[in-house]
Design a binder for this molecule. Structure first.
Ligand SMILES: *Cc1c(COP(=O)(O)O)cnc(C)c1O
Length: 377
């Protein structure tokens, strides 16, 4: 078996070839019935998503960013509130906090799992109170697909009256101790951006929760804060609905998602076994199955390493080049006591490898060989 030509970092075409006729038929059904906004596929997808997570409610929305925003709006987050989150994440996690006038407080991450440093949270809460902010919420991020230890986060959050919102944009489908993402935290936001483990063909997102009152609030907020009558506006909301077409596509993709997650697990394990002695591989905690949105290693001389991989036609991407507390728009917000030295070091060391369910075995061996050679140089 020969390695694929033109290795894809994330291959959406192989997946499409597998279910193209089903997707074409699903799109055709929407064009036939013509209910482009909140058509029957939207409720159908929400039922299936809730079932997939064994959760009571799944509410779809226009993006992962809107999913985070809708939850914070429902909880009344605003000026004077402190919301704790890791600095080493995608900008959306902090953006929604700042948009509502609240203050994002940046925590560091662990250097081996890339997950928020839970041990820094209590000091961060005390420090925020000293700055005359009201500690209100914590948004842990399941970075690269690994769900954080929500029980540990929840224990601290409860002591201080914070609510926990899971940013599971990268971890949908993952699990911890046999429970899927969606029921690990009281409320979970996820994204269906095309490159996420479960992606649509545009923007999309969802909120998953057991909390019925919160679910109803979010349903209202995503349609301009509507009351029982569509033209009776009872609160200030947004236009945050998922398109019927995206829901129709996601129903077909969700049908093969469990199989894709198994393939991802398999590939992640093979990478770790084959690379652990030459580069720093990610640590997956006990009892966790990872969704592997990214397979991210650490190297000392990243520029040289990237160049050697590029020369061998192995595509790589750096997530993330700059931690949020160092970015122009976010540098004015507080960092927890102790700072975020791991986030700063990781930004210079991380590199993500090709990862998707259709990465052929021969291609993976090729990637592994190239990395082992690059690491020896
Ligand atoms: C992708 C992502 C988001 C935002 O999702 P969109 O659907 O692109 O709005 C939020 N948080 C994290 C960690 C992400 O990776």
């Amino acid at each position: 078996m020969k390695a694929q030509q033109n290795i894809a970092f994330i291959d959406l075409r192989a997946q499409q070839a597998r279910i193209r006729n089903k997707i074409d038929a699903a799109i055709a059904r929407v064009l036939d019935h013509g209910q482009y906004i909140l058509g029957p596929e939207v409720a159908g997808l929400e039922r299936r998503l809730a079932e997939f997570c064994c959760a009571r409610h799944a509410i779809t929305c226009a993006s992962g960013t809107d999913a985070l925003l809708l939850v914070l709006m429902a909880k009344g987050i605003g000026v004077g509130d402190a919301v704790f989150l890791p600095s080493f994440t995608f900008v959306s996690t902090a953006e929604v906090v700042a948009l509502l006038g609240a203050t994002p407080v940046f925590l560091d991450v662990e250097p081996d799992t890339y997950l928020m440093r839970i041990t820094q949270l209590e000091d961060a809460i005390a420090d925020a109170a000293k700055r005359h902010l009201r500690p209100r919420a914590v948004i842990p991020v399941d970075l690269f697909g690994q769900p954080i230890d929500y029980a540990a986060v929840e224990a601290i959050a409860q002591r201080h009256g914070l609510f926990v919102l899971a940013d599971a944009a990268q971890s949908f489908g993952a699990s911890r101790n046999g429970h899927r993402v969606g029921v690990l935290a009281p409320v979970t936001a996820t994204s269906f951006f095309p490159a996420k483990p479960l992606g649509c063909y545009g923007d999309g997102g969802a909120v998953v929760t057991e909390d019925e009152e919160l679910a109803h609030l979010i349903e209202s907020l995503r349609v301009h804060g509507k009351g029982t009558d569509k033209y009776d506006t009872v609160r200030i909301g947004i236009n945050g609905r998922m398109d019927t077409l995206q829901a129709a596509i996601l129903i077909e993709k969700l049908a093969i998602f469990a199989d894709e997650l198994e393939r991802r697990e398999h590939i992640g394990r093979r990478y770790s076994e084959a690379l652990a002695d030459v580069v720093q591989v990610p640590r997956v905690e006990e009892g966790v199955t990872c969704a592997w949105a990214q397979y991210t290693i650490q190297v000392d001389d990243r520029a040289g390493f990237v160049a050697r991989l590029k020369a061998a036609d192995v595509p790589t991407v750096v997530y993330y080049q700059t931690p949020l507390h160092k970015q122009t728009a976010y540098a004015r917000f507080p960092v927890a006591p102790g700072g975020a030295p791991n986030s700063e070091a990781l930004a210079a060391r991380v590199i993500s490898l090709p990862m998707h369910p259709y990465l052929e075995e021969a291609t993976q061996h090729h990637v592994i060989e190239v990395i082992r050679q690059a690491a020896r140089n």
